[in-house]
Design a protein around this ligand. Structure first.
Ligand code: PMV
Length: 327
């Protein structure tokens, strides 16, 4: 059969997904909103081949750890069931994202896998179908099917829990400065972390209510190109997500002393009149939501307190692209 390649860009949530109402289907407890990023992406090639005796999966030319391999095989099983085939697949993936460092590489990984494997299996799916499919690999992947600002509706079942673009072409100045505190894989992955927060935070229900109440104000901020309001809501929501983890019993922390230094600096810069806001995911890295004109000022300030720190500029990026190899 023919090989297909797909490229999917990662996304950073401005309103976070942090808890599952349905573990198996990955239906979240809240609606989330993200920005797809141009600079970080995964490219994956899939070919179903009758000659294979098992699935062959590599990431950056290396075989995967058994646990990660299992996740991909489970996902390929979904595709095989839908396409009514029982052929094994060769999957080659290349990550242009620091893996497992809170930069949501699983989002681009499963979105690219969904696109390439569905096409390689001969399935003709709409972007919404691909979003539902990618969601079952990793929740945040449902949003990486689309470019720009994207909303993943919480929904109540497989059909209704799906992402859709809010603004695909982002033609106003907004960027994320990704400050790489660590590029090591995190100790508690997002799956374990959100489960822990859900079960063990006394304030979890309040997180759900407050988060869902921020959806409309966030949409308005995006529509009005209002960087200050968008950033303020995003920072508040990120801190509330991390607060769930800190008050869980037992507590757990993704943010390190260096993350907090950066968050404090962001507050300081804001007091000095810059429109800068912090958001953090399931890892220690801090993403600074900001105006492109302020990049140098922010980088200089960061390097004053952390001379060695790596900063990557990320701008709004496109949705999933799929092509046939050799075509
Ligand atoms: O899709 P997952 O299982 O990697 O979870 C993503 C969780 C966060 O990145 C922390 C938030 C989000 O909405 O992307």
């Amino acid at each position: 059969m023919v090989a297909f390649t797909a490229r999917a860009h990662t996304n950073i949530a401005l309103l976070k997904y942090w808890g599952k109402a349905d573990q198996k289907l990955i239906i979240p407890t809240t609606t989330s909103i993200s920005l797809t990023l141009n600079e970080f992406y995964t490219e994956t090639t899939v070919e179903f081949n009758d000659d294979l005796a098992n699935d062959q999966i590599t990431l950056d030319h290396q075989p995967l750890k058994a646990k990660d391999q299992k996740k991909i095989i489970n996902f390929l099983d979904l595709i095989r069931a839908q396409a009514n085939i029982n052929t094994y697949a060769k999957v080659e993936s290349f990550n242009h994202v620091p893996t497992a460092a809170g930069l949501a590489s699983s989002a681009s990984a499963f979105a690219a896998l969904a696109g390439a494997s569905a096409a390689a299996a001969g399935l003709d799916l709409t972007p919404a179908d691909l979003s539902r499919l990618a969601r079952q690999g990793s929740g945040s992947a449902s949003r990486s099917i689309f470019g720009g600002f994207v909303q993943w509706d919480r929904g109540t079942d497989h059909q209704t829990s799906v992402a859709h673009p809010l603004q695909e072409q982002v033609d106003w100045p907004i960027q994320l400065l990704t400050v790489i505190v660590s590029d090591q894989p995190k100790k508690i992955n997002s799956r374990g972390g959100m489960q822990n927060a859900m079960q063990n935070s006394p304030f979890y229900q309040s997180w759900v209510e407050r988060s869902n109440a921020l959806v409309k104000p966030m949409q308005t901020a995006i529509n009005q190109h209002d960087l200050a309001t968008l950033g303020k809501i995003a920072e508040q929501n990120a801190l509330e997500m991390h607060a769930q983890n800190m008050v869980a019993n037992p507590p757990f922390f993704y943010l390190t002393d260096i993350s907090w230094k950066i968050i404090n600096l962001v507050q300081e810069l804001r007091e000095n009149g810059l429109k800068v806001y912090a958001t953090m995911d399931a890892g220690p890295n801090v993403k600074i939501i900001s105006h492109p004109d302020d990049t140098e000022k922010i980088e200089d300030a960061l390097h004053t307190i952390l001379p060695e720190i790596t900063i990557q500029v990320a701008t709004p990026g496109p949705g999933l692209k799929i092509w046939q190899n050799g075509a």
